[in-house]
Design a protein around this ligand. Structure first.
Ligand SMILES: Cc1cc2nc3c(=O)[nH]c(=O)nc-3n(C[C@H](O)[C@H](O)[C@H](O)COP(=O)(O)OP(=O)(O)OC[C@H]3O[C@@H](n4cnc5c(N)ncnc54)[C@H](O)[C@@H]3O)c2cc1C
Length: 159
């Protein structure tokens, strides 16, 4: 759904960091001929698809075999600048991500015996985060909240 635009820099512009970017129109609103789109799986992809479709006026039904509580399971996820930008465009702001996540400024790699391989500078530019590490459940909760606020997204999950 979110293809990288080669004109984008590796750091989101300030307007995107600050708020919500215009949804990218990758498909035509009449693609579903008036029928709701069925999306199987309310992971990051399914939730992002439902929100993006809603933003261009397309109704969807989002199914998951897991319950909302089960969706909150999982470890952390490291969001790259492009992922942060895509989330911003879906209504999940950088501020919301930073409230529940941690900004990564440096990544270091080591051999199994403890010898240092290298360290990479991951600090962002112009005060924007280069990367944000966030619990996976928190990311899904933020996306679920946006999806649930849309009146043309129907969420069907196990109870
Ligand atoms: C260990 C690990 C670490 C990772 N770390 C990172 C990271 O740091 N940064 C990063 O960007 N990416 C990371 N990834 C990749 C990232 O997690 C995945 O790309 C992402 O979760 C894929 O999202 P998805 O929505 O496509 O699939 P999933 O998150 O797998 O969601 C699929 C959903 O579909 C549901 N489902 C499946 N089959 C059915 C069915 N038949 N009926 C109903 N529902 C169904 C499942 O219950 C699930 O909720 C990591 C992956 C792993 C495994």
């Amino acid at each position: 759904m979110f293809m990288r635009n080669p004109s984008l820099s590796s750091h989101p512009p300030a307007s995107v960091q600050a708020g919500r970017a215009e949804p990218k129109r990758l498909i035509s609103p009449d693609v579903n001929q008036g029928h709701p789109v069925l999306i199987v799986g309310a992971g990051v992809s399914g939730l992002a698809a439902a929100i993006a479709l809603s933003d261009i006026g397309i109704e969807s039904i989002l199914l998951d075999r897991r319950s909302r509580d089960e969706l909150m399971d999982g470890a952390g996820i490291n969001l790259q600048p492009e992922a942060i930008e895509a989330l911003n465009s879906l209504g999940v702001s950088t501020r919301m991500l930073m409230e529940v996540g941690a900004t990564i400024t440096k990544q270091s790699y080591y051999f199994p015996d403890g010898r240092h391989v290298c360290s990479l500078d991951k600090s962002g530019q112009d005060g924007s985060p280069g990367q944000i590490a966030i619990p996976r459940g928190e990311l899904l909760r933020l996306l679920l909240d946006v999806a649930a606020s849309k009146n043309n997204v129907k969420l069907l999950m196990r109870h």
